[in-house]
Ligand binder design. Structure first.
Ligand code: MG
Length: 311
């Protein structure tokens, strides 16, 4: 449907994606699509359409369907080490998990005596700890949640240990922490700050932090990349450590050294992407009203920090 275009700016991108690869629009009809996760056991993608308070499911064999509505104004999704879907809910102001029997468990909903703002995006580390961001997008209006006052002292990045339910602030350095992902060896955590989405002078940066003290703490925050125009919302890291990130009306690819390798232009603003498909080489992109797919020649990072951990 769309002109086959991948803009290669650095030769390192050429082996990772065919510039003539066809961008496919798999589904359209949403208002703000975000939070895609690929579930190998079902060969499908789940993703959120936040303002319409629903989670959709897409598979190449079944097409698209509504999987959950209402959905607690779901946003980001990921899989844990047991293959369970972990979900951020703006409406529920919590991180929840879909158990193997289909029931929902609350992973985290309060910190320091107050409700969370509106968990946005989530990732699971190889040790099973659940890391998520808590900006205010689900409480600033009724569009993507329920308008309410914040009960937190800021917008934090959290680490939750599901073994004992403990919740720890790992960063208070960002204004509106949003997407997050680990490097393949989990020595770096990337977190975007999208406060420009709320005010013109806000941030539109991707930050990198060192993961220290055995994964208990972050240190050394620095700017990894700057988005212009737009913001980096959600992103994923491939096996070689390249960052594939939403970047306005495109997905941009950055090498681990921070050099932008190129862009995949899109007809609308991208929110997030994820690797999936039977071979792991499909890049699924949630972008405003639609879900897109592009075949690439790499796959998503699976932690090498815990040898033998399941995909
Ligand atoms: Mg987000």
């Amino acid at each position: 449907m769309t002109a086959p275009t991948v803009e290669i700016e650095d030769a390192r991108l050429a082996p990772l994606v065919d510039p003539g690869a066809r961008l496919r629009r798999l589904w359209t009809g949403g208002e703000w699509a975000e939070g895609p996760v690929y579930v190998p056991a079902e060969d499908c993608v789940y993703f959120s359409d936040i303002p319409n308070d629903r989670v959709l499911r897409f598979s190449e064999t079944d097409g698209a369907s509504v999987a959950l509505a209402p959905a607690g104004f779901a946003n980001g999704h990921t899989l844990d080490r047991e293959g369970r879907v972990v979900r951020c809910e703006h409406g529920g102001r919590r991180v929840s998990r879909v158990e193997h029997d289909g029931t929902l468990s609350t992973i985290a909903d309060r910190y320091a005596g107050g409700r969370l703002n509106s968990p946005n995006d989530v990732v699971v580390k190889s040790d099973g700890t659940i890391w998520f961001t808590d900006p205010p997008y689900g409480i600033v209006s009724d569009r993507e949640g329920h308008k309410a006052d914040s009960e937190q002292a800021g917008c934090f990045v959290f680490r939750c240990d599901p073994a004992d339910g403990s919740l720890t602030v790992v960063s208070d350095a960002l204004e509106d922490p949003n997407g997050l992902a680990f490097s393949p060896d989990e020595s770096i955590l990337y977190v975007s700050d999208t406060s420009r989405a709320r005010r013109d002078t806000g941030r539109h940066h991707l930050f990198a932090f060192d993961v220290v003290d055995g994964g208990a703490r972050l240190d050394g925050p620095r700017v990894f990349a700057v988005c212009e125009p737009g913001v980096f919302d959600g992103f994923r890291v491939d096996v070689a450590g390249n960052v594939w990130t939403s970047a306005g009306e495109s997905v941009a690819v950055y090498a681990p050294d921070g050099v932008r390798l190129g862009r995949i232009p899109l007809p609308e603003v991208a929110a997030n992407c994820t690797f999936g498909g039977p071979a792991g080489t499909t890049l699924y992109i949630a972008a405003t009203s639609s879900l897109y797919a592009l075949t690439v020649a790499t796959t998503g990072a699976r932690s090498t920090a815990a040898a033998g951990s399941p995909r």
